[in-house]
Design a protein around this ligand. Structure first.
Ligand code: HMG
Ligand code: MG
Length: 311
């Protein structure tokens, strides 16, 4: 029996194709209680690439005391070899960049906060100090011919500060682009955003001169709004969406952050809308089911549960 697929009914006006930016091995595994062996991580990344995911963010070169789950970053990237050099990794500072450069990696991402409190909790820096930390990091990466993505966290709300004004997010994003980042990923770190807020934020960036082609959307699904928020992003013309296989994830430094939108749930939506994504749904479901076995708990993804069982 072949797996069911949604009936394809395109919605006029949406992008014809999008990029799914897989963050499961990084955003997913950074928050797991269990330490996942490096050989399991390697197989996870390889299976995601084989499933057609065009970008797989593999790990982080952060301080291992801050995120012990990813302390094996160098070993993972070494094991992945040449194909691994094209996979993005997080680097918060020059020390992280040095570690990535030593391994010949070609894509890094810095990660800033739209709020003061989260900059301190996540980076041990004030809001302004985080840009001072990123400035030489981005400049040196660019000079070495390395592409730099920049995340902005807490774009839709912050557990310590509450509502985050759209203008504050745009100002933080602008500073990261001005440093030389090629793309901004707007993070709903704690999943509180809703569709109208997504439209308003994208519009505010466009009004500030940042085209939708430079934006990506990064939704955590804490309040079940992620797919609806993707739909709002599609209607606004955004063509890059971060997602995590099986809905793994969260952020160790943000209370109430749960997993990213599940890659499988996103693929189901896009397939139904007739938006090209190039990902083999069955292969991702099989991968998430396999990973759920390693983690000892079922995937929270509705599509994985419907198609793949719970391992
Ligand atoms: P710090 O303690 O202020 O670091 O931490 P420091 O600059 O004072 O350095 C202290 C020591 O750490 C030094 O060593 C450095 O060499 C070392 P010593 O001289 O004492 O021996 N060090 C490092 N070692 C390895 N790798 C490094 C590194 N940097 C310094 N990169 C720091 C500052 C930024 C390092 C720390 O706060 C950190 O690692 N934070 C990372 C937190 C994190 O990874 N959070 C999760 C990712 S963000 C996220 O999930 C959100 C996102 O998904 C989007 C969304 O959902 O919104 C992206
Ligand atoms: Mg995240």
């Amino acid at each position: 029996m072949t797996a069911p697929l949604p009936v394809v009914v395109p919605e006029p006006g949406l992008p014809t194709a999008v990029t799914i930016y897989e963050v499961g091995p990084r955003d997913g595994l950074q928050n797991e209680k269990a330490l996942v062996p490096v050989e399991v991580k390697e197989e996870f990344v390889r299976r995601l690439l084989a499933a057609g995911l065009p970008v797989v963010e593999a790990t982080s070169f952060v301080h291992p005391r801050w995120v012990p789950q990813l302390a094996d970053a160098a070993e993972l990237m070494t094991r992945l070899g040449e194909p691994g050099r094209d996979l993005p990794v997080l680097v918060p500072n020059e020390r992280g960049l040095d570690r990535a450069l030593e391994l010949g990696l070609r894509h890094v991402a810095v990660f800033g906060s739209a709020t003061e409190t989260f900059a301190q909790k996540n980076l041990n820096r004030s809001f302004d100090e985080q840009f001072a930390m990123f400035e030489p990091t981005v400049a040196r990466a660019r000079a070495a011919g390395i592409d730099v993505r920049a995340y902005v966290s807490m774009c839709f709300g912050d557990p310590w500060e509450g509502a985050v004004p759209v203008e504050q997010v745009v100002a933080a994003g602008r500073r990261l682009l001005d440093l030389g980042a090629s793309q901004l990923s707007l993070g709903d770190t704690i999943g509180v955003g809703t569709a109208g807020h997504v439209s308003a934020l994208v519009r505010a960036f466009v009004d500030a001169g940042v085209g939708v082609d430079r934006l990506a959307l990064h939704f955590h699904d804490t309040y079940g709004q992620a797919l609806s928020n993707v739909q709002a992003g599609l209607r606004a013309g955004v063509t890059t969406y971060d997602a995590s296989a099986g809905g793994l994830g969260g952020c160790p430094y943000a209370r109430s952050a749960t997993g990213n939108v599940a890659t499988e749930d996103l693929v189901w939506l896009l397939t139904g809308l007739g938006v090209e994504h190039g990902v083999d749904l069955d292969a991702v479901v099989a991968t998430s089911t396999w990973m759920a076995g390693h983690l000892g708990r079922p995937s929270p993804s509705a599509v994985v549960r419907a198609l793949g069982g719970t391992a």
